[in-house]
Design a binder for this molecule. Structure first.
Ligand code: IPE
Ligand code: MG
Length: 221
């Protein structure tokens, strides 16, 4: 979800105004994903590298996250959404960790959209942490499936489609292992301008892709 800051800047507004507007876009996309029966939606909300931003912006982002978790939980639960948060939790404030744990356990048995928020998430760090825990557990001669079980995403499938907004065309330390065979869709819209129509367009484009996974025959999703 990229482009909140530029959206605000182009309107001579503070960056936070862009993040606020970005949350509105997020709500609409979560709703749309549920409607069109997307099974898994993972949102990159805050990266390990985002801690390098000015403290005031980090504070604003955390406040918005707090607000989102508090104000949306009931609605998400009502809509049968199962919420997970992936990422390193140590640096988050305790009240946010508690909020996350509450929402995760409250929605754990829901069977609708699997909504995952990547928070303090960095893919290289995730892989390194997995390797360290594998060593710690005394495992040798591991294979791909063993490593996968040590990732934050151990209970969610690899993404079929990765969408990045704001015209940037890079992966920025997101799900590097998991995106091995994902299709990519780059949108020029800043995240606050990202609409359900654009989301549908991305899915339409995905449907037209010929996925061969290194083979020569198309593989149907
Ligand atoms: C939102 O967009 C993504 C977050 C890290 C919260 P940005 O804040 O990265 O916006 P730009 O890239 O500066 O426009
Ligand atoms: Mg950005």
């Amino acid at each position: 979800m990229d482009g909140n800051g530029r959206w605000a800047k182009s309107r001579k507004l503070p960056r936070t105004a862009g993040h606020k507007k970005g949350i509105e876009a997020t709500k609409a996309i979560v709703k749309r994903a549920g409607e069109i029966k997307v099974e898994y939606l993972t949102l990159y909300a805050f990266s390990t590298e985002n801690w390098n931003r000015p403290e005031s912006e980090i504070d604003d982002l955390m406040s918005l996250l707090r607000f989102y978790l508090k104000s949306e939980t009931a609605e998400l639960h009502k809509n049968d959404v199962r919420l997970r948060v992936i990422g390193f939790r140590e640096k988050l404030s305790q009240d946010i960790i508690t909020l996350i744990e509450k929402v995760e356990s409250m929605t754990a048995n829901n069977t609708g959209l699997n909504l995952t928020i990547a928070l303090d998430y960095g893919s290289r760090q995730e892989i390194v942490s997995a390797v360290n825990r594998i060593i710690h557990d005394g495992k040798t001669d591991i294979d791909e499936s063993v490593l996968s079980t040590y990732l934050f995403t151990h209970d969610i499938p690899d993404p079929d489609l990765l969408i990045r907004s704001s015209g940037e065309q890079r992966i920025s330390n997101f799900l590097l292992w998991q995106c091995a065979y994902s299709e990519f869709f780059f949108s020029d819209l800043m995240w606050p301008d990202f609409t359900s129509e654009e989301f549908d367009k991305a899915i339409e484009a995905f449907r037209a892709r010929d996925r061969r996974f290194g083979g020569i025959e198309s593989v149907q999703a």
